[in-house]
Design a protein around this ligand. Structure first.
Ligand code: C5P
Length: 224
């Protein structure tokens, strides 16, 4: 695979993007770039500093001063570092999840994030997952996928994930939060969730993670 091979997977929350991107990256021996984790890390920083999340100028300054690193180690889960601290766990809290949209809707913040993501893509071939990778960040990506699944199935996957971690789940609240996150992701003015015209759509509603990874891998091999 050439140095500049970029494979992107966009789609709504709970469609399985991160798990699939991670598995595909492993299968192909590429780095994995979880762009949602980057927006989450910034959100964590803003919450910790008690920044007014409606203050766009403050959020842009925060983004410009943040050091976000993604560390891929063979056989290990992706590690997310914020200003040198491992925040891989902390960025998954409900508080971070429900406040990320303030960060994600701010154009100046997205500008900083997109820049950083492009630099990561210049350094190494990678599989990235997000919302705007095929449309904004890497319109020239070698392979673009749009991974979707029925809303109910996406909710159930989130519920199963939390239960597996031993966390209590308020299923109704989770379903409301996910619907609200979808709405915000689809409707924000900058970098909304959108299928790129040339993306291959995969509906994972009735597929296992391994089947999705195999399907993507087949598309990639067929086109090479
Ligand atoms: O993928 P994940 O659910 O971890 O992403 C968290 C949030 O970050 C999303 O709800 C979305 O608002 C935002 N995001 C984004 N652009 C990306 C990736 C994620 O705006 N490329």
């Amino acid at each position: 695979m050439s140095r500049q091979t970029i494979i992107v997977i966009d789609g709504p929350a709970g469609a399985g993007k991160s798990t699939v991107a991670k598995g595909l990256a492993k299968k192909l021996g590429l780095a994995f770039m979880d762009t949602g984790a980057m927006y989450r890390a910034l959100t964590l920083k803003a919450l910790r500093q008690k920044i007014n999340l409606e203050d766009e100028a403050a959020l842009v300054l925060l983004a410009q001063g943040a050091e976000i690193d993604l560390v891929n180690e063979p056989g290990r889960p992706l590690k997310v570092f914020l200003d040198g601290e491992d925040v891989s766990e902390a960025i998954r809290s409900l508080e971070v999840t429900n406040n990320t949209f303030y960060i994600a809707r701010t154009p100046g913040v997205r500008h900083v994030m997109v820049d950083l993501q492009r630099r990561m893509g210049e350094k190494q071939p990678l599989v990235g997952d997000g919302r705007d990778l095929g449309t904004v960040v890497f319109p020239q990506a070698a392979f673009k996928f749009y991974l979707d699944a029925d809303f109910k199935v996406r909710c159930q996957r989130r519920i199963d994930e939390l239960k597996a971690k031993g966390e209590g789940v308020d299923e109704e609240a989770l379903s409301k939060d996910l619907a609200e996150r979808d709405r915000k992701d689809f409707t924000r003015k900058v970098g909304p969730l959108k299928k790129a015209d040339d993306a291959i759509v995969i509906d994972s509603t009735r597929m296992s993670i391994d089947e999705v990874i195999e399907t993507l891998a087949r598309h990639i091999t067929a086109k090479k």
